[in-house]
Design a protein around this ligand. Sequence first.
Ligand SMILES: [Zn+2]
Length: 320
Amino acid sequence: MRTALMGLDLGGTNIKSVLLDARSLKVIIKRQIPTLAHLGSGAVIRILAGEIRYLLRVAGSKNISVTAIGLGSAGLVNRGTVRNSPNLPGWQGAVPLERLLKKELPGLKIPLTIDNDANCFALAETFCGAGKGFQNVVGLTLGTGVGGGLVLDGKLYRGSTGGAGELGHTSIKYDGPRCLCGNRGCLEAMVGSVAIVKRYNDLRFRRHLPLVPDITVAIISSRAKKRDTAAVRTLAETGTLLGVGLANYLNTFNPQAVVIGGGVAQAGKYILDPAIKEMKQRAMPFNVLGIKVKAARLGPWAGAIGAALLTKSDNQNRQD
Ligand SMILES: [Zn+2]
């Protein structure tokens, strides 16, 4: 019988889900449904349970046996409990998501694992995407938030309480702007999309240029391609700051590859070239040797694919 791994990515707007062939790790089925976060955590958990039941039925009808279920969520995830998930209103405290979800799925015999969405991204890109073939990969997602995940010696590294890999909240500037986490000068506060938009507006203001209403990082990127010098400079400064972070990760983890995804990464070379330049200048030369900085390959499905791989990574941990 064909076997498959199920992965779900709980986002603020949508729940994405996939079934992966357990051997080839190719996607067999992918789906997307609205999260309906405004209905509260109880409703979201029932929607998640319904999606799991639906996919199990579809798998059964195709004679596919699902051997593991993984779920990725924003926030700090430890032993099935999600804390401080920023995307889900009413979820600011601790939600014992694994226990509540299992309650909605009585009789479920398949192992269920929950982890942070950026960890899922790093796992997916390492096993199936831009980091394929590497054992030590730093994954970074650049968007409104900056998420991170670490695959070390081929396994997801969670740390002692699941808090490892919070790369977006490492300090880049000790007296820098306030971050949502409460700290100052975090990478997220310096290169997240809010910071990029502010950098662009400030630069235009200093140059006595009119402000552009409803500006976004995507618009700044397309302006950079049309040689808008303020846009090019904004993205270059952002890249330099990102490079400071990357140098720290190279010196801390000595990875073979850094995989960068998320909406902001679509600015491509305008951010990545200055980031790589700064990274190479700052990191220890032996940590720069042979390093690959790659754009993520799996796009918006990385979270769900990585969630499906969570138990695979766990099994590898247990075999040690
Ligand atoms: Zn922070």
